[in-house]
Design a protein around this ligand. Structure first.
Ligand SMILES: [Zn+2]
Length: 168
């Protein structure tokens, strides 16, 4: 698991994730590759549009209830990160502001703003493909109940970021 190197030794209190030997909350019943593949497709579309190569999907009971991609340049909104967009879209579609039961899949490790949005909206789980050494904030969450799984399709996501014009 590529993500393990970056977060080596980090096992924050309140977050269940074993970044060394594989995540503790990894659930063998979840088709991680299917959902991460969809998030990576969004990331690819964002990169093609000249945005940061990041995309996300929200999953509830095995159904994808929202998809999103970074759109900062397109919208002129500095908060238009993939995770923020997907949280807003999921809340709108589900008609509720508390998103318990949801798992958010994202190509790139979310920043502090996005992690805050996940915690404030009671999202249950976060799965990301590749760590972000610059603004990633998912290795040091000190509160909340968000469980984190990293490294799913990490190589594909890392390659996408390298080949896209802009980093996250
Ligand atoms: Zn963000």
């Amino acid at each position: 698991m590529t993500g393990g190197l970056y977060l080596e030794g980090v096992r924050p209190a309140g977050v269940v994730g074993d970044y060394l030997g594989g995540p503790l909350r990894y659930d063998r019943n979840v088709n991680y590759e299917l959902y991460m593949g969809a998030a990576l497709a969004e990331a690819r579309a964002a990169a093609d549009a000249g945005e940061a190569a990041d995309g996300a999907v929200a999953v509830l009971d095995e159904a994808m209830v929202a998809r999103g991609r970074s759109a900062i340049a397109t919208t002129g909104d500095p908060t238009a990160h993939a995770v923020i967009i997907v949280v807003r879209e999921a809340a709108r579609r589900l008609g509720r502001t508390k998103l318990s039961g949801l798992i958010v899949f994202t190509a790139v490790e979310p920043c502090a703003m996005c992690v805050g949005a996940l915690i404030e909206s009671d999202v249950d789980g976060l799965v990301f493909a590749t760590p972000d050494a610059k603004s990633g904030a998912s290795g040091s969450i000190a509160k909340g109940h968000l469980s984190v799984v990293s490294g799913i399709m990490a190589r594909e996501a890392a390659e996408l970021r390298l080949t896209s014009a802009r980093g996250h």
